[in-house]
Design a protein around this ligand. Structure first.
Ligand SMILES: [Cu+2]
Length: 457
């Protein structure tokens, strides 16, 4: 890679508008100088980290300098659910590092945690001693110390960073971030909107204030960029724009990420952008643990769900090891329990959807510091999603760089599914097999079910 003098001058010229550039020494985490996240020399579209941000950098002698601070933070998963987590520069995930193939980068890492740490640059090609594996390639960074990593970016694509020291605890507490490298030669296909998110899971047990690092499988919260729906930002685009969604997975599960409304192309993975002959059309793509995937599509107008297809991963906080109440007539039980526990309410006989109805009516209060399991709301009612879920909102009339939430989609006349009957016997379509003897048939006990509801409330 040859860096031309003109590139340097142009880069420095843009940066010189900011007074902090005159003193390019590293500063502490609270006083990071603001440098433009957009690199005009190469004309790339900056990445949009959902609910997140991009780490400012400054140019010093042709080297892009970044400064990460590992520290304890207070984090909100959604209104009503906060926890003490660990992250970088005040947030989990940490700010996205964005640079260009060929750049030389110098990354300061200050440790303000109560224990030692390191940073591993996940997927980057670099000298062994810059790989960030505590004990193997470097001494651990002790509390209060600052280390520096310096290397040249020899690739482009979607990558990540995370500790390689006491990983079980530090990653469970939220320490991770994205490292996006743009191609020096520009994009082969123009990208209009470039979103990025990290998948993660948390064992934040209801009523507690710190994630539990010992949990291996039964997690409570499933997040995009450390947020649960409905606190996850929408992905906004204008009809016809080419959109990329970069996804990294530093959780402890594989996630089949599913998109409604379009067939996307998988255009890249851990090894960066794939040649276009290797692109695949899919509607669901598994992003395995430790993997990254780039999905691209041309935006089609509407409100389109975008979520993990593991049904438990779009809900949360989860209760585990609870008895299965589906199809169980709980009327007698409910009355008997109520003698000891006034106000007790049985639930789950016909499914879980009534859970959110009860929460909305104020009948149920969950444990402290816990969001309702399916808190999402849509224009037609409860959305019944509370984890790895958000909405791709595509509109015809958005300005090019307008990322504001446009509200709910206004469907053209006659394009929304509608009710034609409230009679379960409607139409007599062919049905096969035998009904279970204890089937709860909505055709028969409609009146008695209503009585049952009145009785409960
Ligand atoms: Cu999942």
């Amino acid at each position: 890679m040859k860096l031309r003098r003109r590139d340097l001058l142009l880069g420095a010229g843009a940066a010189a508008l900011l007074p902090a550039i005159a003193r390019p020494e590293p500063v502490d985490g609270t006083g990071i100088a603001v440098a433009p996240p957009r690199d005009r020399r190469h004309g790339y579209r900056p990445v949009r980290t959902l609910n997140g941000w991009t780490l400012p950098w400054r140019l010093k002698d042709g080297v892009k300098e970044f400064h990460l601070v590992a520290e304890e933070i207070e984090h909100e998963f959604a209104p009503g659910s906060r926890a003490v987590c660990w992250g970088y520069n005040g947030t989990t995930p940490g700010p996205t590092i964005e640079a260009v193939e060929g750049d030389r980068v110098r990354i300061f890492v200050t440790n303000r945690l109560p224990e030692h740490t390191t940073i591993h640059w996940h997927g980057l090609l670099l000298p062994s001693g810059m790989d960030g594996v505590g004990g193997l390639t470097q001494p651990h960074i002790r509390p209060g110390e600052t280390y520096v990593y310096e290397f040249t970016l020899r690739q482009h694509g979607t990558h990540m960073y995370h500790p390689h020291a006491d990983e079980m605890v530090q990653m469970a507490m939220g320490m991770m971030g994205l490292f996006v490298i743009h191609p020096r030669a520009g994009e082969p296909r123009r990208i209009d909107r470039d979103y990025a998110l990290l998948l993660h899971n948390w064992a934040l047990h209801p009523g507690t204030a710190r994630p539990d690092p010992s949990v291996m499988q039964d997690f409570d919260l499933w997040t995009f960029n450390s947020k649960v729906f409905p606190a996850i930002d929408s992905l906004v685009a204008r009809s016809g724009e080419r959109v990329r969604v970069r996804i990294g997975n530093l959780s402890m599960w594989n996630h089949p990420i599913h998109m409604h409304g379009v067939q996307f192309e998988v255009t890249g993975g851990d090894g960066g952008r794939w040649p276009s002959g290797q692109w695949r059309r899919e509607v669901t793509e598994i992003v395995g643990v430790g993997q990254m995937r780039d999905l691209e599509f041309v935006a089609v107008p509407g409100d389109w769900a975008f979520h993990c297809h593991m049904a438990h991963h779009v809900m949360g906080p989860m209760g585990h090891e609870i008895p299965n109440t589906l199809g169980v007539d709980q009327r007698g039980v409910e009355e008997r329990i109520r003698r000891h526990l006034p106000g007790y309410m049985a639930m789950g006989e016909g499914g879980m959807a009534e859970h959110q109805e009860h929460v909305d009516m104020g009948h149920m209060r969950g444990p402290d510091n816990t969001v309702a399991m399916m808190a999402g709301k849509g224009p037609f009612g409860n959305l019944e999603m509370g984890g790895m879920f958000t909405v791709i909102k595509v509109r015809d009339d958005l300005a090019r760089d307008d990322f504001r939430d446009p509200g709910w989609y206004r469907h053209p006349e006659g394009t929304v599914a509608w009710r034609v009957s409230a009679d379960p016997d409607f139409g007599q379509p062919e049905r096969r097999g035998a009904a279970p003897r204890d089937r709860h048939d909505p055709a028969l006990p409609r009146a008695s079910r209503e009585q049952h509801r009145d009785h409960k409330h």
